[in-house]
Design a protein around this ligand. Sequence first.
Ligand code: NAD
Ligand code: ISE
Length: 337
Amino acid sequence: MTLRIGVIGVGMIGQDHIRRLTEVLSGGRVVAVSDVDHDRARKIASALPGCTSHVTGEELIADPNVDAVVVTTWGPTHEEFVLAAIEAGKPVFCEKPLATTREACERIMSAESGAGQRLVQVGFMRRFDASYRALKDAVDSGRIGAALMMHCAHRMPEAAPNYTSEMAITDCLIHEIDLVRWLFNDEIAAVRVLKPRGNSNTQEGVDDPLFVLIELGSGILVDVEVSANIRYGYDIRGEVVGESGTVALADNTDVVLKQGAHYSGRVPSDWRERFIRAYDIEFQEWIDNLAANKPPAGPTSWDGYAATAVADAAIEAMRTGNRKTVMLATKPDFYQD
Ligand code: NAD
Ligand code: ISE
């Protein structure tokens, strides 16, 4: 059976997901799209055989030809579409963040648990990346002893003109927030945000880079450099320090060229290139689970909630310069593994 998918929000990542669902993966087909930019939605639909363009996301969700929904609109609009999909009893894949406030995430968890079935998956694609999966296997195997610390870098070549200091947290750091919760199977207890000397490539009024210190419940400390204007490429780095060894993500290049007493490799140009396979695996597993009548197995609404709650704390920590404790609600039984 082919899963009939509707995509709400056909901007940058919406179009990239439509490409993979249409040209790369199996078992799914995009049958409907919607966007506030109606012309854009109509244009995308006309290039896909048997695809309808809907005026609103709600109309798309109600379409009886749509089995499952993908939400790739701007963050503040996610809640309404995720709630409408739950209300319609349809599985919904929502790009990060699940929602932009913890209260909105709580409303989603309450609607989903009230519906009595897992319907939501959040687009934290790093959990599907081969390098991160190998990193987690190494940590879980105990080969480096107990993990003590992790060093991360989230480097982007050039910030969009509308970039703000808060976006460093809600758009970028949120990936590391989810990643370390998953990697160490623990919740984040507190966060600090420091502002190093500013990068002169950065827009006026924006704090870039940021240096974030995350404390996990177990005492593991994670530092994250978020750099939005590093110019040389999109570079995602991670090294776990254990009691008796370290394990780090390898550089993301197919070949290393040695010539003229130098060596070089490729640095990805953006997140699409760096995580292309991770997004493919994320969606193939989502389709396969739904086709087998299983609930989605990726990041849940609880994961979306926890990430947004930590991001809220990090924004407060950035504003005040103080360490901010993260207060999470009790994890509902519905989301216990
Ligand atoms: P974008 O601006 O390129 O595209 C968003 C699209 O949504 C636009 O076409 C816009 O017109 C449409 N839209 C906005 N509000 C809408 C509404 N109420 N109804 C219908 N359409 C609406 O943005 P983007 O870069 O594609 O990001 C979209 C989402 O994906 C964001 O939440 C972003 O954080 C997330 N994202 C995730 C990753 C990742 O690595 N997982 C990467 C990039 C973006
Ligand atoms: C973007 O929205 C993403 O989600 C990318 O994965 C991230 O690396 C980038 O910083 C964000 O702008």
